[in-house]
Every structure is written in structure tokens, then in C-alpha cells.
Design a protein around this ligand. Sequence first.
Ligand code: NAP
Length: 308
Amino acid sequence: MIIDGRKFSQEYTDKVLKPRCEVIKGKYNKAPKLSTILVGEDPASESYRRIREKFFANLCVESDVIQLPEETPEKELLEIIDKQNKDNSIDGILVQLPLPKHMDEDKVIESISQDKDIEGLSPGNVYAWTKSAPNLIPATALGVLALLKHYQIPLHGKHAVVVGRSMIIGKPVAHLLLREHATVTVCHSRSKPLEKYTKEADILIAAVGRTHLIQKGMVKKTVAIVDVGVNFEDGKLMGDTDFDDLKDDVAYISPVPGGSGPATVTMLASNLLLAFELKHAKYDIDLRKCLKEYYADYEAKGDKDPCI
Ligand code: NAP
């Protein structure tokens, strides 16, 4: 079966994001605002920004983009982030990675206020997701879990193999799967031979950025694969798996494009709405707890105002 990220995105938008937008508009009479900062001109970042803008345009979201030249000093970027942290009209800040080489990415990410860090990478948010305490969690990882849940793929007690250990995908995916009571193996560039691990997987997440990494013969027929990789080969967009060879030979597989990508954008929007909702629930501890737990569940229940 094909894990269709576009279909998931449409259903989740209609069932969860749009009703949340209606509640937000009715209750607060203003739209959650995202501020994106781009430094330099990276074609992949630019294309991701366009996809995001198009998606957000259909929701109750206001979006601003600050485009800085490649040679911008790190200090200037940090000052802009500091201003945005203090600007009460901004609910989410997204600094597009990768940054130019003269900037320290960790320092920049760590400068974003935890409440506005919709990429879930600031120290407080990382602490929360490693503790399995719901808060703002990296959107690609959320998207992977949302796809698995949407297709009702059993996780409890299953063996999940995550290939890739980055902070943005591999590690948060592993933590989310642990929270779902899967047994998780995390592989990386030194896990050799890779097929020794992938053959054991009930669920396989490929998050590396290398074409033909997962091939026929490396997995069980019952496996569910989510391919997160984004690669270009001869001008064609491809994931990390040999999708055409595998699609009739496994239980579930997501394509690239049309799999993890749309799920990521959807969950990024969900994070922005959550950041807005948490801001307005600032002094209401029970409401904050309810919102975090409800939206960490990812099963589109479609309740209009679940925490009231
Ligand atoms: P990254 O930071 O470069 O991490 C790649 C990981 O893959 C590292 O942990 C690396 O191991 C591991 N790796 C490299 N070669 C390997 C091999 N031969 N066998 C096993 N593991 C290997 O990349 P990332 O930011 O996590 O992104 C991963 C992919 O996802 C990229 O293609 C990126 O474009 C894509 N992406 C997709 C979305 C989406 O929405 N679908 C969003 C963001 C990124 P070491 O740690 O040992 O180096």
C-alpha cells in the first residue's frame, strides 16, 4: 500500500487545522503569524519556502519573510531574532537551514525563544521531546508519526529502525516511536552492514539523503517504510529508497515526492497554531497541558475546541 502524504495532508487540514483556525479566528480575532528568515540564496530553501507559503495561504496564517544577503554577519542575524522573540505579534520563528558557513547553526537555533520555536529544536523543546513530554516537536518527525498513525500501522511492541541520527529528523523520530512503545534501533553512517538492521525492521524510516540506500532484498515483505530523503538524480526528485522496486514487495511505502514532504508542511502549520494557542493559554496550566497532549496525539479527531 502506498502511504499518500498529499491525501493525509488534505484530510488533516480539513479535519483538524481548519476547525482549529475557525476557533482561533472566533476567539482571538487575529491570525497566528510566522516569520521566516532566509540567509543567502539556496534553491532548495527557496522551493521549500514557496511550498510552505502556498500551503499556509489556505489557513488562518499570516506569514512574513525576511531575506538577508549571504554575507550577513551572525551578530546581525542574532539581533533580528532577538527583536522577533520580543515582538508580541509574532508567534513562530523559522530560520531556514542550512545557514552560510560563517554562522554557527546551533547558536542561531538556540537563540530562538522556546515558545516561538516551531521547528522544535531549541534546548527547552529538545529536552521536552527527549522526555516524551509533548511540546513543539520537529515537524518532519511529527509528519512521519502522523503518516504511520493515519494508516493505522501498529507501533506498540514493533521493531522500528530509523536510518539517520540528525537532530531534525532521526533523533526526534526515534523518541516519538519510543513514546509509542516501539523498540527502536537507530542506524547511521557507521552501521555496517546496513541490511543487517533493516532486515529486522517492522517499520523503517529512511532519513539520510542518499539515493538507492534501501534496496530490494534489504527489508521484510511485511515492513512499513517512510522515506524522508530528498535527493536529485538526473534532475529527478527521489527519496532514499528504490521505490519502484520495493512498492509491490512491502506492506507500506511512502513515495518521494508526495509522502513525507506534504506531511512535514502540515505538521509545521500545526506547530504554528499550537504556539499561538499556547501563548494565549499562558496562565492556564490545565489548558496548556490539554493542548499539548491533544495535538501530540496526531489522530485527526476533528473536535472543534477539544480543551474547553
Ligand atoms: P543529515 O543531517 O545530513 O543526516 C543524515 C544522517 O544520515 C546522518 O545521521 C548520517 O550518519 C546518516 N548517514 C549518512 N550516510 C549513511 C549511510 N550510508 N548509511 C546509514 N546512514 C547514513 O540530514 P538530515 O537533515 O537529517 O536530512 C536527511 C534527509 O531528509 C535529506 O535528504 C534531507 O534533504 C531530507 N529532509 C526531508 C524533509 C521532508 O520534509 N521530507 C525535511 C528535512 C530534510 P552520521 O551521523 O554518522 O553522519
